[in-house]
Design a protein around this ligand. Structure first.
Ligand SMILES: CC(=O)N[C@H](C=O)[C@@H](O)[C@H](O)[C@H](O)COP(=O)(O)O
Ligand SMILES: C=C(OP(=O)(O)O)C(=O)O
Length: 349
């Protein structure tokens, strides 16, 4: 199984801890101070990385699309262009945020929403680049991104399995330093649409790490994803879910994000081995409460043990493990035994 190297110390996939991305996206409201607060919150919550979205508006959208009215409660302008311009940080603001994240001590990156933004992110040397679901059908962009040979995390919302296979083929023709994230692009995603078991299919199909980018409400589905093998987890983070903006509703507050990180680590620790065995921590309970074979009645040496003569009880000291019940029946006692006495191997032949 391929591991994706994010930094000298951080790898994704295999037995490495799940890489948890706090997606700020545009939850900063276009305000760099809020963006910094979110970077700090992501660090304090224990996220592996904080992520923004970098867009060159005229590369990503047509002129007409930018001019179309954006008349809804989440809008920051009369047209979609005005709205997006309000939310877009400049390159120098990006450098400032990158530097701030380094000071705070958290990895920083962004989704490249177009080729110009991709080049910018390569230029400032982010540790990896995210490609969001908006580009899961953008084969030109995917080929371009693959040719740059930087680590990629790619979301697969809004397309079917055949397209995901195409994404895999395009990138893996160049390199294997990429992950694929299952994603459903709705804000918020109804739980019935999360189709988390797709992750199992991705795991069986692809030889690269797979993960989950979740736009549903809460943390339960994300935790399920980790239990199903997600090696990357992405969730939106917000300072306040009631703020204006499309994504706040499906985001986690800093305390929720912190709880998510804690719970992910608990799930990882608890996944363990698929081999069912008795573990050391069970020994006290075995000693205290596991049942064993005892005499159901008083019987003498030479007598046969019929089914009703042997009982299964919690006893001290213990008799034979109760799993041996069938082996004991119809055997002959070699000593006298009283009711409730533990029954051991040396008591019969
Ligand atoms: C598919 C995709 O890009 N999705 C992103 C990631 O999840 C979102 O953050 C969008 O940028 C956001 O929902 C757009 O909202 P508006 O259109 O109100 O600016
Ligand atoms: C759209 C994005 O992500 P996703 O498709 O994972 O929601 C993004 O990262 O900008």
């Amino acid at each position: 199984m391929v591991e994706v190297k994010i930094t000298e110390d951080i790898k994704v996939g295999g037995n490495n801890p799940c890489f948890i991305i706090a997606e700020v996206g545009q939850n900063h409201q276009g305000d760099i101070e809020i963006a910094k607060k979110l970077i700090k919150a992501a660090k304090e919550a224990g996220a592996s990385c904080v992520k923004f979205q970098k867009t060159c508006l005229k590369e990503k959208f047509t002129k007409k699309y930018l001019e179309r009215p954006y008349n809804n409660p989440n809008s920051w302008g009369k047209t979609y262009g005005e709205h997006k311009r309000h939310l877009e940080f400049s390159e120098s603001q990006y450098r400032e945020l990158f530097k701030y994240a380094q000071e705070v001590g958290i990895l920083f990156t962004a989704s490249a929403m177009d080729m110009v933004s991709f080049d910018f992110l390569v230029n400032i040397k982010v540790p990896f680049i995210k490609i969001g679901s908006g580009d899961s059908n953008n084969l030109l962009f995917l080929k371009y991104a693959a040719s740059k040979k930087v680590p990629l995390i790619i979301s697969t919302g809004m397309v079917d399995k055949q397209a995901v296979r195409t994404i895999y083929d395009i990138i893996s023709a160049q390199h294997k330093q990429f992950c694929l994230l299952h994603c459903i692009s709705a804000y918020p995603v109804p739980y019935e649409d999360c189709n988390l078991t797709v992750l199992q299919d991705y795991k069986n199909t692809f030889d690269i790490p797979v993960g989950y980018s979740g736009q549903e409400i809460g943390t339960a589905v994300a935790l399920g994803a980790v239990a199903l093998g997600a090696k990357v987890l992405e969730k939106h983070i917000t300072l306040d879910k009631t703020m204006k903006g499309t994504d706040h509703v499906c985001s986690l507050t800093p305390p929720e994000f912190q709880q998510l990180v804690r719970d992910v680590r608990v799930i990882e620790a608890s996944l363990g081995t698929p081999i069912k065995k008795v573990v050391t921590s069970e020994i006290p309970c075995i000693d205290k409460l596991q049942k064993s074979l005892v005499m159901g009645s008083t019987k003498n040496k030479g007598e046969i043990l019929y089914p009703g003569d042997v009982k299964i009880k919690v006893a001290e000291p213990k008799g034979l493990n109760a799993l041996h019940f069938e082996e004991v029946i119809y055997k002959t006692l070699v000593c006298d035994k009283k009711e409730d006495e533990p029954l051991n191997k040396s008591d019969f032949c």
